[in-house]
Write a protein that binds this ligand. Sequence first.
Ligand code: ZN
Length: 434
Amino acid sequence: MVEQNTTDEVVEKLRIEITRKINRRKRRRRLQLCLVSFVLFLGIVVAVVLGNQSATIYVEANSLEIFQDSEKPEFNIQVTVEGKSNLVLDKDTGYTVESLREDIEEGIAIGIDCELVPSDIDGEEYQEGTYVIDAYLAEEYQEKLSNEWKKKIRIEIVDGNIEVKNKLGYWEDDTFISWDSEVVKEQWISSQGDTYYIDQSGHKLEDTQLQVGLMCYTFDSEGKLISSEPYIDPDKPTIAITYDDGPSSYTYELLEVLESYDVHATFFMQGASIKEKYQDTLIKMLEIGCELGNHSTTHADLTKLSSSEIEDEMDITSGKIEALTGELPTVMRPPYGAVNQSVKDTVDFPIILWNVDTEDWKTENPQDIVDHILEEVSDGDIILMHDTKSWTVEATEEVIPLLIEQGYQIVTVSELAEVKGVELQDGVTYRFIE
Ligand code: ZN
């Protein structure tokens, strides 16, 4: 019995041993099969990648920074090839990946666009911000890429961007720092399409109004300028400066002086001098808020003319002014200040005389004119000058900032009347307006 048992056990052990060996072999074979399959798969993948797309061209638009008043910049791209650059894309022409790279680099195969938003009407400056530089393959190449070149080459394009920076500086809360690190004071700032004013303490004005010259500016709670309206302060001394006998070759320059100080004047023009070449001058008068006046046609003493002759003197000049500007004069000044009842009855304008005569036609010295005005001037005055003399332009340039410093508002005759509550009437003479 014992003998029999032992033999059975040995046989059983052998059976188990053989089964294990068989299983082990099976497992090894399965593993080998797996490995072979994996290697085969990898081979196929590599073959597909190498065989079908043998090169990649990377195109990257270079990012850049400019100031808003710079000219539109040149956009540059970086082109690199990965893979076979000598691969022939077109057998007939021998066009290779390298040829394509060159065509991209030279801008033949690629377009670059960047739409910079202008910040002013002239389009000379750009609005600050970050803009995308869009690089794209030319249509013809795009088509080849998705057809005959499809399996040979890949092109990857990365857009760039352009940072447009404010020309003056940058905001730090409600202060504005210039690019040379100074806190900006008493200055207008144009930023992101809005206008701000930085006061003398270096902060932007918010929720308030600012009076500069003859304008009143209103700012919202963020400091953005929301309106600018002409405003003459009735509590401030106000005077009218008037110029006779023009227009002349000095008038335009004079207007630029008035404009730079944001002040107004009245021009009594004589018809004989109103020529087409002065059209820009007359239009500028209106544009900067000056007043057009009639000073007769031939500079005649109107008291020596008949009513119909006076009418002609007025009408011809008014017609010339209207022809060049589209506007009629609103006031008149008789040559030499000569007025009689006939003149008063005939002219359809308020008759504007003066009470401060600079006698600028007599002197050639601008300082004399300046001294004369500063000595005599007071609230409500009408000052007489002539825009036919170069020294009068010089005197104007000198005297205006001094008058402003003394608190004077410098306006047209009609504005002076309005702020003083006087209604100007036709045929009535005015030497000053209080
Ligand atoms: Zn005159």
